[in-house]
Design a protein around this ligand. Structure first.
Ligand SMILES: [Cu+2]
Length: 183
């Protein structure tokens, strides 16, 4: 009998270890207001946004600390797919510009969304009031359109806090539009 005790104990320890390794729930979010925005960190890396997705509460105001932890210059564009496509086309047109700072680019106000450009190793703070409609929030994406970055996968989702990210997100359905790179 005693020969079985050792293996039995090992099994119990292993099972206990599995249970202790279960993921912890994300703490509840206290929505920010214009007077006391909720602080959110978004890290831009070569070629991802962290976290992905970003949880927000419809109608809240957030103070986003946009940190570029990558070696490249990056930007954060917040908007739906029309906004992302507009910046992608505008910035792709600068791809043959001489070396140096990214030339000034612009898009029509209706598709401008929110945009900040952050050099490597720097941080830019941005106050943003989230749309009050959950359906509008669900359409939002984060994107970086420094030429080639969007194509490298530099995009992330925005979701309503507490809701699972949907596989129906438009994030994977759009890429750089061939033929729109200008003359
Ligand atoms: Cu980038």
């Amino acid at each position: 009998m005693s020969r079985l005790v050792g293996p039995a104990l090992v099994l119990i320890v292993l099972l206990g270890g599995c249970a202790a390794g279960a993921p912890r729930a994300t703490p509840p979010i206290v929505p920010g207001s214009s007077a006391t925005p909720r602080e959110v960190n978004i890290v831009l890396k070569d070629w991802v946004f962290l976290p992905d997705p970003v949880d927000v509460v419809p109608g809240e105001t957030v103070l986003i600390h946009v940190v570029n932890g990558g070696l490249e210059i990056h930007e954060l564009v917040i908007g739906d797919i029309a906004v992302q496509d507009a910046w992608e086309a505008a910035e792709l047109a600068t791809i043959n510009a001489p070396p140096g700072p990214t030339p000034a680019v612009s898009v029509p106000p209706a598709v401008a969304g929110i945009r900040v450009v952050v050099p490597s190793g720097q941080r830019v703070d941005l106050t943003w009031t989230v749309p009050s409609s959950a359906a509008d929030v669900a359409r939002l994406l984060l994107g970086c359109h420094i030429p080639s970055h969007w194509a490298k996968g530099m995009r992330a989702r925005v979701i309503v806090a507490g809701e699972a990210a949907s596989d129906a997100s438009p994030i994977r359905s759009s890429g750089a539009a061939p033929g729109q790179s200008g003359p």
